[in-house]
Design a protein around this ligand. Structure first.
Ligand SMILES: Nc1nc2c(ncn2[C@@H]2O[C@H](COP(=O)(O)OP(=O)(O)OP(=O)(O)O)[C@@H](O)[C@H]2O)c(=O)[nH]1
Ligand SMILES: [Mg+2]
Length: 340
């Protein structure tokens, strides 16, 4: 049945999805409930929203009672060109990878559950940074109540496995079950391949988070070759993600991770310039493949986006300095001069 959701509801849903503070999320949910059309087609969705409101209200009340909730934050504010979470079974080398890739001091040890809270770090790829977050392991023995929330802000996931370990398949299955319970769905499809077909009439599920996922076969130094083990994992655990082989121990494959993520996320760098001045090649603004001059303007300043008239662009156009409108898609490396 078509959901016939109104723009008002869609705005409320977008606000909820982009909010990281629990109180903002709660107001987003309440607004969703207020604006959702009430008919048979939205019955399940309304029930879901009500459950989420109740859960979040309880959670907020509990944290008030105990004062500030103890421990470091569990939701990390996105920074840089994209946020990618390192997840997976225990002891696969997520923290070791995080330390090698971002220069963090992520605690890594020959025992499981060394990581208790998310740890952010920045992975530098040329002149952009991708935020990598080291997460606690996903396992039945050590449930993490907040993990579903923590993954909501991510743009993508790196699912780290240790193929040399006998329990790898089972642990991978369990980790996926834990994610499914939290309605986190991992997908082998990345933004650069274009977004999946969306059925306009289908009832959307704002509480399911789909994360493009790369399988990182870490500890590659412990296996002569990974192909057979990988095939077994793919078949038995029913996973089908693009795969990168790495070793946090020897450094094998680590240089490929950043450029791979940059490409598959469809990160597009745009440099801005002021009329009559050379471009600012210091720090690019980043958008995603398919985004436009208008999206860049919105990143630069809300005011500029609101009063935008035209842009001059160097790079993706047929001639340098060509005048374009806000719907012109930008390409990696473009220089844009915004006129208001
Ligand atoms: N041989 C080898 N050992 C590794 C590699 N990566 C990590 N290790 C070792 O594996 C053990 C676990 O590494 P961690 O980085 O703590 O793994 P984790 O996935 O973060 O594990 P938890 O957060 O504790 O669940 C440590 O003893 C690391 O030194 C690798 O590529 N090769
Ligand atoms: Mg760890």
């Amino acid at each position: 049945m078509p959901a016939n959701l109104t723009p008002e509801y869609k705005n409320a849903e977008a606000a909820y999805k982009s909010a990281t503070d629990p109180r903002d999320r709660l107001s987003g949910l309440k607004e969703m409930l207020r604006t959702i059309p009430k008919h048979k087609g939205t019955e399940h969705l309304r029930a879901d929203i009500k459950t989420r409101i109740k859960d979040l209200t309880d959670e907020l009340a509990a944290s008030k009672k105990t004062g500030v909730r103890g421990g470091p934050p569990t939701v990390i504010r996105p920074e840089g060109a994209a946020q990618v979470v390192l997840i997976g079974p225990p002891n696969t080398g997520k923290s070791a990878l995080h330390a090698r890739l971002t220069g963090s001091h992520a605690e890594s040890g020959p025992y499981p559950f060394a990581t208790q809270y998310p740890l952010p770090g920045m992975l530098q790829v040329e002149d952009v940074s991708i935020q990598l977050i080291d997460e606690p392991s996903l396992s039945a023995e050590h449930p993490i109540p907040w993990i579903g929330n923590a993954l909501q802000t991510a743009d993508a996931a790196a699912f780290v496995v240790d193929l040399s370990r006998p329990g790898c398949v089972e642990q991978t299955v369990v980790a996926h079950q834990i994610l499914a319970e939290r309605r986190i769905v991992l997908s082998g499809r990345w933004p650069i391949q274009g977004s999946a077909e969306v059925d306009e009439n289908a009832v959307p599920d704002p509480f399911t988070t789909v994360l493009p996922t790369v399988l990182i076969a870490n500890k590659a130094d412990l296996l002569a070759e990974i192909e057979d083990e990988l095939q077994i994992l793919e078949e038995l655990a029913e996973v089908d993600y693009p795969t990168l082989a790495t070793s946090a121990e020897t450094g094998q494959g680590l240089d490929a991770v950043g450029p791979w993520l940059f490409g598959q996320l469809g990160i597009v760098r745009v440099y801005t310039k002021v009329p009559g001045m050379p471009p600012d090649l210091g720090r690019p603004f980043t958008v995603r493949a398919g985004q436009t001059v208008g999206d860049v303007a919105a990143l630069v300043h809300r005011e500029i986006a609101a009063t935008f008239r035209y842009a001059r662009i160097w790079g993706s156009c047929s001639f340098d300095g060509q005048q374009v409108g806000k719907d012109h898609p930008v390409r990696d490396g473009d220089v844009v001069e915004l006129h208001t």
